[in-house]
Design a protein around this ligand. Structure first.
Ligand SMILES: NC(=O)c1ccc[n+]([C@@H]2O[C@H](COP(=O)([O-])OP(=O)(O)OC[C@H]3O[C@@H](n4cnc5c(N)ncnc54)[C@H](O)[C@@H]3O)[C@@H](O)[C@H]2O)c1
Length: 309
């Protein structure tokens, strides 16, 4: 994300005009960040966004833009309700309040999630569909979206909530996301590791690569207010595919012996979360904002092979 911002070099500022990025303050609860780009515009402050005093320090220079990606992701927030509420709800409220106190109506990009959907879903989910999440994480993200809408309506921030699809292939190790399998099913075999996949071959997901997700967050930040309308939430573009489709793409791109490192070991906890998420969307608003999916699943595998492996 930070590399992409540095490469672009500018963002649409609070005034609506493009302005150079003079400074990026990165943050995470981790004391020592890994892989932070060496650039004089980038600094790092480690801390917990559920601590309001820390968040006030973060906002000391009245930023014009906020990209809020911190979260305790789906599986983790389901297993530890209190920790999920702290990171995902209390933390988000503190960031919104700090953004409001700048007085400059900063653009505020909130990474929401496909996990905000649930219940009796239509085959194709439209932009107008009411979200009815079925996990604590999804509920925390849905509340965040409502707050982003209200803070925007009040003129405290210029908010934009983007519901991320399942992101694959995430680099590094597995996290507590219930969707972690969609990355591991490609990443582990490519790194020579056997992988026991916790969903069934026919289980379907809606998938977007990290590069397209990052590009989308920046496009969503810069898009004009008219493209967003009064509801500041949008489902991002993505590709609908089964777990088997991902393994087939891996076989096409990297060869059958690599794809054969995947075996199926469905886990009811993981399936219980991911099978409540929709897999097809109308995506009219996403295209109005300028959000794009990857060209193909093979491209998603190739991107990781060129990037992260
Ligand atoms: N990866 C996906 O498939 C996916 C899908 C939908 C939505 N999202 C959302 O996108 C965002 C980024 O996801 P990711 O996959 O990079 O997740 P990640 O778990 O890799 O990164 C989240 C980061 O937030 C930090 N964090 C957690 N609690 C914190 C706190 N209290 N204070 C400060 N930092 C804290 C963690 O240390 C972690 O580095 C998250 O908001 C997530 O909910 C991700």
């Amino acid at each position: 994300m930070i590399e992409a911002l540095l490469a672009q070099g500018s963002l649409v500022g609070a005034s609506g005009k493009v302005a150079p990025i003079s400074r990026i303050v990165a943050t995470d609860i981790l004391v020592e960040p890994t892989g932070l780009p060496a650039d004089e515009r980038v600094s790092y402050r480690g801390g917990d966004i559920s601590d309001p005093e820390f968040v006030a320090l973060l906002f000391a220079d009245n930023p014009e833009s906020v990209f809020h990606l911190a979260a305790l992701v789906s599986g983790g927030a389901e297993q530890d309700f209190d920790a999920g509420m702290r990171a995902n709800l209390t933390g988000t409220i503190h960031l919104l309040e700090a953004a409001r106190r700048t007085g400059g109506c900063p653009r505020f990009v909130f990474t929401s999630s496909i996990a905000t959907y649930g219940g009796d879903l239509p085959e194709i989910v439209s932009d107008e569909y009411h979200i009815t999440p079925e996990s604590s994480y999804g509920v925390q993200k849905a509340i965040g979206e409502l707050l982003v809408n209200d803070y925007t309506r009040k003129g405290f921030i210029n908010g934009r909530s983007l519901r991320l699809p399942i992101i694959a292939v995430r680099p590094g190790g597995a996290n507590t996301a219930a969707s972690s399998w969609a990355s591991a099913i490609i990443r582990e075999p490519l790194n020579g590791v056997d992988y026991a996949c916790p969903v069934a071959p026919e289980d379907r997901g809606f998938v977007l690569s990290p590069l397209k997700a990052i590009e989308g967050l920046i496009v969503g930040h810069d898009a004009p207010d008219e493209a967003w309308g009064r509801n500041r939430s949008v489902m991002m573009a993505g590709l609908s595919c089964t777990a088997k489709d991902l393994v087939d793409a891996l076989a096409r791109v990297a060869g059958t012996p690599v794809a054969n490192r995947v075996r199926w070991q469905p886990d009811p906890f993981v399936r219980g979360i991911v099978t409540t998420w929709p897999t097809q969307f109308s995506l009219r608003k996403a295209s109005r904002i300028g959000l794009e999916a990857d060209a193909s699943i093979d491209d998603i595998v190739i991107q990781y092979m060129g990037d992260g492996c």
